[in-house]
Design a protein around this ligand. Sequence first.
Ligand code: HEM
Length: 216
Amino acid sequence: MVSYLGLLLVPIVGVVFFRYGKTIHKNEYRIYFVFLALSTMLILLIVFNVDVRKLVGLYEVYYSGHLSFALFTLVMAGGAFKKRHKLKIAIMRVRREMAILGFITVLPHAFLRLDLALSGFNSTGLIALLIIMPLVVTSLPIVRKKMQPRMWKRVHYLAYIVYALIYIHLVFDLFVTSEIFYVQIKSTGWVYLMVFTVYLMMKIRVIVIERKPKST
Ligand code: HEM
């Protein structure tokens, strides 16, 4: 059940953002600060050798990357609905906040698993995180204002690579070193693969619909 936690969190996080979207949007920097402080504290617990597995709830939701996964899945879903779809409008209002919080909340997970990732096991998450960094920086309104919209859009196409990497991270156990190449679908991988396939189909449908010349 815990392996599907990220998927279970999607509607919960979604409802919180839709219900409190305006407040979140108004106080975005304050909220980033609070979560940054929380992530830093959780990282410090690892540094000070606290057995974080014993922090029931926090370990599963935060340290295991499921909260971040839920946030990124909502960000991703925003692009998969038609232009005037209610869900698209609701997500687009708080999409930046979801993405930046997705980054902030994954930091303790990244710190906890850094050794494994650097040894070649499931490094897809680490690669995703490295690509997310410039996206997060350029999403901050102060930075975005200074960029040309076309340039900003080009940089943000990288988000599609991030989505794919996050799902590869959840679908496969991948072990790659100079001597070993091992790949196996996780026991729970099929469910995540199905979710990503549905996303891809919806996204392609939206692209096709929006490219169609409108008949008058
Ligand atoms: C947005 C980026 C990321 C998301 C959403 C994410 C999410 C997840 C999730 C949900 C799991 C399965 C955990 C479980 O079921 O207990 C996982 C596993 C793993 N992640 Fe990430 N992760 C991300 C980035 C990273 C980064 C940056 C690293 C390393 C620096 C990393 C390393 C790992 C490793 C090694 C595993 C396999 C070991 C395990 O299952 O705990 N991930 N990740």
